[in-house]
Design a binder for this molecule. Structure first.
Ligand SMILES: [Zn+2]
Ligand SMILES: [Zn+2]
Length: 364
């Protein structure tokens, strides 16, 4: 099955709309902050307003960021709940009660999932969920699931499990929130494996900054907010990035490491994950890719100790190719100088530039 699980709504945002109109309302209602709670525009697909909140006050930025922090746990609980759903629904459909423990010896669910960034700055997940049987005499072989299981039942169980899971969120602002999946749970059988594979691969190589203009690729410091503003990042994303920084030390949020995850708006997961048994490991793929790249560059370059030998260095020039690059470099240097001064006098400011090996590896 190809499954899409989304984040719930955190407030009205500009969208392409089902019939092309964003959020049509002839009564032209306004929210309590005096902002239009409707939008009669027909946005083009490159309209900068798309994904932005209709009212930044109404939009639950805190709920959005906190949901991101819980998304991987929500997914984990979904994968556990799946067998419970099989237990429940198989009783309904076949009249036979099968316990989760018994099912674990009969069924093996595996998955590969990728995170996709929506324009409103929320991740949603696309996953291939696959069900196999287990041969008790040879658990390593791939075998068909038992006859009482079919694609319809798997689809029903995915929907059932996804609609049930919940994660309680911290309460930094006195509002109790429960993370759950959004109502748009899409489950469809895979009829064209090549197309599905291409789709999954496409999202496995995208980062938040590819989809959300102005969002930094890496972990960043408080000064990056200024840089984002100068680059014309939308208010919507700035609010969410600011919310990460604001919540970083808030009560109950201390362990969420939000200050390190501003570039993913609080989302701590990897862009692509899979269950251990799904296929070869990502580590093995990375090793093959590294070797292939190296071989492409210079023939067989791997020495006994695995070091890359670079054959030739050549000076191609000094300075900047375009005047704009020089200006940009100068501006960045000034910002860095200001930043270094700030660090010198306020050692409370911390920067950590950490290479996110897993995500970078997947993206490569
Ligand atoms: Zn609109
Ligand atoms: Zn409002």
């Amino acid at each position: 099955m190809f499954v899409t699980l989304t984040a719930p709504s955190f407030g009205r945002v500009h969208t392409l709309g089902r019939d092309g109109t964003c959020r049509p309302r002839s009564s032209r209602p306004v929210c309590e902050h005096g902002m239009a709670a409707y939008c009669n525009a027909r946005h083009s697909s490159d309209d900068k307003r798309l994904g932005n909140a209709l009212c930044v006050e109404c939009y639950d930025c805190t709920g959005h960021v906190l949901w991101h922090t819980a998304a991987p746990e929500l997914w984990r609980r979904f994968t556990i709940e799946l067998l419970r759903s099989f237990s429940r629904l198989s009783l309904e459909r076949t009249g036979v009660h099968r316990t989760v423990r018994a099912l674990r010896e009969e069924l093996r669910a595996s998955y590969v999932k990728v995170a996709e960034w929506q324009r409103r700055g929320a991740v949603h997940f696309h996953a291939v969920v696959r069900l196999d049987g287990i041969d008790p005499d040879d658990p390593e072989t791939v075998t068909a699931p038992p006859a009482w299981v079919d694609a319809d039942l798997l689809a029903a169980c995915v929907r059932d499990a996804a609609s049930r899971v919940r994660v309680a969120l911290p309460v930094p602002d006195g509002v109790e929130r429960i993370a759950r999946w959004g109502g748009q749970i899409d489950v469809r059988p895979i009829t064209d494996p090549r197309r599905t594979a291409a789709y999954v691969a496409k999202y496995a190589t995208k980062t938040a900054s590819d989809v959300l203009p102005g969002l930094p690729v890496r972990r960043f410091d408080t000064f990056a907010l200024d840089r984002m503003r100068k680059r014309g990042t939308s208010w919507h994303l700035l609010m969410l990035a600011g919310t990460c920084l604001r919540l970083a030390d808030a009560e109950g949020c201390e362990d969420l490491r939000l200050a390190e995850r501003v570039h993913t708006l609080g989302f701590p997961g990897h862009f692509a994950t899979k269950s251990r048994r799904y296929s070869v490991t990502l580590g093995a793929l990375r090793a093959v890719r590294r070797a292939w790249r190296a071989a492409q560059r210079t023939g067989d370059v791997w020495g006994q100790d695995g070091a890359v030998v670079v054959g030739d260095w050549r000076l191609v020039g000094v300075g900047h190719a375009k005047p704009g690059d020089a200006l940009l470099a100068e501006q960045l240097a000034r910002e860095e100088a200001v930043y270094r001064e700030a660090v010198k006098y306020h050692d409370v400011v911390q920067v950590r530039v950490v290479d996110d090996g897993e995500a970078a590896g997947v993206a490569a």
